[in-house]
Write a new protein. Structure first.
Length: 127
């Protein structure tokens, strides 16, 4: 009986292929209408296309994912986009100098960045 020297786990290979196929399909869902729908209502019930995009963007680990940081006084907050480190004790980094006056505007800015990353085929799956 011959025992293999090393067992090869192909789970990561299958996951990457699955993710590649999902991303290819999701690129077809990004449209001006979907972007406008998100601008009008970033939270709540959405069309099937927007729901699929948001579900994809929300899955996965925290490392490299975009989020929103609230700054300023309670009566006059502003918001910034950050990228989570994914490591306990390591702070998030601010992604851009832009600030947003409302939470909805910040949600939409993150959505636009995630869509841009999705449309960039060379970008790995994070956001």
């Amino acid at each position: 009986m011959q025992v293999p020297d090393q067992v090869v786990d192909k789970q990561d290979d299958y996951y990457r292929e699955f993710d590649r196929r999902i991303r290819r399909h999701l690129r077809t869902l990004v449209s001006d209408a979907v972007i406008e729908e998100h601008r009008d209502k970033p939270l709540g019930q959405h069309s099937d296309a927007l729901d699929r995009l948001l579900n994809y963007f929300r899955r996965g680990g925290m490392a490299g994912k975009l989020g929103i940081l609230r700054e300023g006084a309670t009566d006059a907050p502003h918001y910034r986009i950050v990228r989570f480190s994914g490591t306990r004790g390591v702070p998030s980094e601010i992604v851009a100098d832009s600030t947003y006056a409302s939470l909805d505007a910040a949600y939409h800015a993150v959505f636009l960045r995630r869509c841009a990353a999705l449309m960039d085929e060379s970008e790995p799956a994070k956001s």
